[in-house]
Design a protein around this ligand. Structure first.
Ligand SMILES: O=c1ccn([C@@H]2O[C@H](COP(=O)(O)OP(=O)(O)O[C@H]3O[C@H](CO)[C@@H](O)[C@H](O)[C@H]3O)[C@@H](O)[C@H]2O)c(=O)[nH]1
Length: 516
């Protein structure tokens, strides 16, 4: 890899503090690895909780990266999915003090702190200690730019997002809440609603339908999910319903907007995306933003894709033994991310649909492996964890049922594997829109997961049979698109291209901050 200009030889100490979650730690470690491999004078201290050290302590990394820990001040990773909001609150309120203490104990003053963009307190710590700060955004640049241009959503009447409503009658009916998730507005009907109608409404899903069926006389706020958002600079048009789900949660979005962007408090904004996928967004952000922006593409993932040989992963020996026995492109890999999933009832429908389709599968289902394996029989494997990128690179894997986390999305694109999308929360619905409509490398299972709208096993079976039918024209089309996009992504890493330019630019800039 090309070296930046010659500099004095004192080490350049980088302290990295990711948000404590897999989807944040993986890309930050990837970025730090690229930095550490780029130039040996960089020493990285990668800070995680003690629990996380147990989870990632044995990964291979360059010798100039070392791990340091803060105590387990946030709830365990094992239960994070049960209360994501509570977890986020703990991250916001409990990590600053031990991180600050750790910085105070370091022998070599950091030249820069790289912190997860959600760690708003990192700006206080860095400013107090007079250390330059780089925030790292681990979702797509497209999602960042939606938040960056939030005022445009408000101006165009697309915030608040009104996909569904809760109607209350003029009698008090506390449990009268139709199923759609994240209701934004509360309406009061002027007519009393009979108990029979209440029961009926409770089982209805799409509220627009409910409203027309029941002709409620006073509906004052229009639903706007189908409105087109075509004014975010650099972004192709999308529906209001495709905006990141986090926008629908008033409390989360107001917390998020306080920390994005913190241009006055930090020097750099780092991304871990693939420039070619979002080039217009990057070009515009670089012009408009006061941050120095660098996109350091996921190089570790890329080199793994280039170098993975089937059966190469010792930790997941059983999985790879099984994959080696399957025909090329015949296996559907199913994962709903690193910490959340769909509910048990939905899992059961998926299991039966999957089983009756006869499609071979590898399913990541934490805490449910034995039960689901029993339902599914021998058509596939149900495990609680795997080395996902190696699995996606295996020649037997022909499809990925994904929740559309940004890391999973990038990994599937780099591996050239078509996707079935079922977003669950956060930014995932926006990623799903790009996968299905912009890049055309996948199909939807559903626009988004909805607890109250059960996916039916028959529909799942029919979808899986179509998706894994490698000979059908529609399937050939998404496979072709996935291969083409894979090649486009590869260009990123060629000599003198985006990855190298950005990595060298950031490296050169931070070397200037080291103590000499
Ligand atoms: O069995 C598994 C399951 C997951 N992974 C890895 O875990 C990471 C998961 O990351 P991601 O796909 O982004 O999912 P989440 O962990 O859900 O990520 C959170 O963080 C992302 C980046 O901010 C957001 O895009 C997501 O919406 C948010 O849920 C990926 O690198 C996977 O390869 C494995 O290695 N093995």
């Amino acid at each position: 890899m090309a070296s930046p200009d010659k500099q004095p030889t004192a080490p350049c100490h980088v302290v990295a503090m990711p948000y404590p979650g897999r989807g944040h730690i993986n890309p930050m470690l990837d970025l730090c690895t690229a930095l550490a491999e780029n130039i040996g004078e960089i020493l990285v201290t990668f800070v995680v909780t003690e629990e996380w050290l147990g989870l990632i302590g044995s990964v291979s990394k360059p010798p100039n990266i070392s791990f340091a820990t803060i105590p387990n001040v946030v709830p365990s990773e094992k239960v994070r999915g049960d209360d994501n909001r509570g977890f986020a609150m703990a991250v916001m309120s409990k990590m600053e003090e031990p991180f600050d203490r750790l910085l105070g104990d370091l022998e070599l003053k950091p030249a820069v702190i790289i912190a997860g963009a959600f760690l708003h307190w990192a700006a206080n710590v860095a400013n107090r200690r007079n250390i330059p700060l780089a925030y790292m955004w681990t979702m797509s640049a497209s999602v960042y730019t939606i938040f960056y241009h939030f005022d445009l959503l408000v101006q165009n009447g697309h915030f608040p997002v009104n996909l569904s409503v809760v109607i209350t009658s003029n009698v008090d009916v506390p449990d009268f809440v139709p199923p759609p998730l994240n209701p934004i507005a509360v309406y009061r009907s002027v007519v009393p609603i009979s108990p029979a109608d209440q029961a009926m409404l409770r089982i209805q899903a799409p509220l627009r339908q409910i409203l027309s069926d029941y002709s409620f006389p006073r509906v004052e706020v229009p639903l706007n999910g189908d409105d087109i958002v075509d004014y975010i600079p650099g972004l192709p048009p999308l529906l209001v319903a495709d905006l990141p789900q986090i926008i629908r949660d008033q409390e989360s979005i107001s917390a998020l907007l306080k920390i994005i962007p913190q241009e006055s408090k930090s020097n750099y904004l780092l991304f871990s995306s693939i420039y070619e996928l979002e080039s217009q967004v990057f070009d515009i952000l670089k012009k408009k933003s006061a941050f120095s922006i660098y996109n350091i593409s996921p190089a570790t993932s890329y080199s793994k894709v280039k170098n993975t040989i089937n059966n190469s992963n010792k930790n997941d020996e059983n999985i790879f033994k099984w994959l080696n026995l399957q025909s090329p492109n015949s296996v559907l890999y199913i994962s709903q991310g690193s910490f959340r999933s769909v509910s048990r009832t939905h899992m059961d429908e998926i299991a039966i649909g999957l089983c009756s389709s006869g499609v071979r599968f590898l399913w990541i289902a934490r805490n449910e492996t034995t039960r689901l394996q029993e339902i599914c029989g021998e058509k596939g494997l149900v495990v609680d964890w795997c080395d996902q990128l190696s699995v996606l690179c295996h020649s037997s894997v022909g499809g990925f049922w994904t929740h559309c986390g940004w890391n999973s999305t990038k990994e599937a694109l780099l591996a050239g594997v078509p996707m079935l999308t079922l977003p669950i929360g956060m930014d995932q619905v926006t990623n799903a829109k790009a996968i299905v409509e912009d890049w055309r490398v996948g199909w939807r299972v559903k626009r988004e997961f909805d607890e109250g709208d059960l996916m039916r096993m028959g529909e799942i079976k029919e979808l899986l049979l179509r998706f894994m039918d490698l000979e059908s024209l529609e399937r050939k089309e998404i496979s072709r698109n996935a291969r083409e996009l894979q090649k486009i992504c590869e260009r990123e890493f060629a000599d003198g291209q985006s990855f190298q330019i950005n990595l060298n630019g950031f490296t050169k800039s931070i070397l200037q901050h080291r103590s000499i």
